[in-house]
Design a protein around this ligand. Structure first.
Ligand SMILES: Cc1cc2nc3c(=O)[nH]c(=O)nc-3n(C[C@H](O)[C@H](O)[C@H](O)COP(=O)(O)OP(=O)(O)OC[C@H]3O[C@@H](n4cnc5c(N)ncnc54)[C@H](O)[C@@H]3O)c2cc1C
Length: 216
């Protein structure tokens, strides 16, 4: 929208009134909504598209969208951005009885799958009550690695500290967005674009892997 301001009408259709999730606070919500409005994104909130199968069959192009509130919209292109489900293929047979209704593995305070010695689940596939984000998965990975080292050395493992705070950076366009940081503070365009919008944390990931980031 930033690059082609006169080219398209964009609609964001979302079944809930809140964007992102319920954990982010009101100020984050309003910052994001204001930003989307300034980018001329039309938000259709509280309505669920009910004919996605038909839309998919037609190749997501030149279709009529229908919502549960009866809204009909002829559109050129549909980009589905619905949440992904956990892929349980790897463990549904062997650990099926340890899964919750979302397919996540029940873990104990050490992120070990409940009553399954030496099998740990980290990141999106466990039932730790945190917002499922990449940095959370990374923290859990580091935590389990440190704990396994302690165990190997014959020391007591440390229980996992569930992260109750929300750290979320959402970019809108090239130069804006919102960030909810420590103590629930919400920062706007400058911070969101500076910390994430320009590089989407790519340099940090290269660094974490002990690799040199390619020049271009
Ligand atoms: C659209 C979208 C946007 C997101 N944006 C953000 C964001 O901006 N910031 C953020 O922090 N988080 C974001 N997330 C969440 C983030 O991507 C996840 O929380 C994070 O990737 C979880 O890491 P993970 O290692 O647990 O799982 P994954 O990254 O999903 O890794 C699991 C891996 O296991 C592989 N795998 C699965 N089954 C098998 C099998 N049977 N055999 C072998 N391999 C298998 C998969 O291919 C995959 O590579 C986003 C998620 C989505 C879907």
């Amino acid at each position: 929208m930033e690059d082609y301001p006169d080219k398209a009408d964009v609609y964001l259709i979302h079944p809930r009134e809140t964007l992102v999730n319920d954990e982010v606070n009101e100020s984050f919500q309003s910052t994001i909504k204001d930003k989307l409005t300034s980018l001329r994104v039309n938000m259709v909130l509280g309505e669920r598209v009910v004919n996605m199968d038909e839309v998919k069959e037609k190749g997501f192009q030149n279709v009529m969208l229908v919502t549960d509130k009866g809204t009909q919209m002829k559109v050129d292109l549909v980009i589905p951005c619905t949440g992904l489900k956990v892929n349980t293929e790897a463990y549904k047979n062997s650990l099926g009885d340890k899964m919750n209704r979302l397919g996540r593995l029940n873990v104990d305070e050490f992120l070990q799958v409940k009553d399954v010695p030496d099998v740990y689940a980290i990141g999106d596939c466990n039932d730790v009550p945190e917002i499922k984000l990449a940095h959370g998965a990374q923290t859990q990975g580091n935590y389990v690695a440190d704990n396994l080292k302690l165990k190997h050395e014959g020391k007591d493992m440390k229980p996992y500290n569930v992260n109750k705070s929300v750290f979320m950076v959402l970019c809108c366009g090239r130069s804006g967005g919102a960030a909810q940081v420590w103590r629930g503070w919400v920062l706007g365009d400058w911070f969101a674009s500076k910390i994430k919008g320009q590089s989407v944390f790519t340099p940090m990931q290269w660094k974490n892997m002990g690799q040199k980031m390619p020049e271009d």
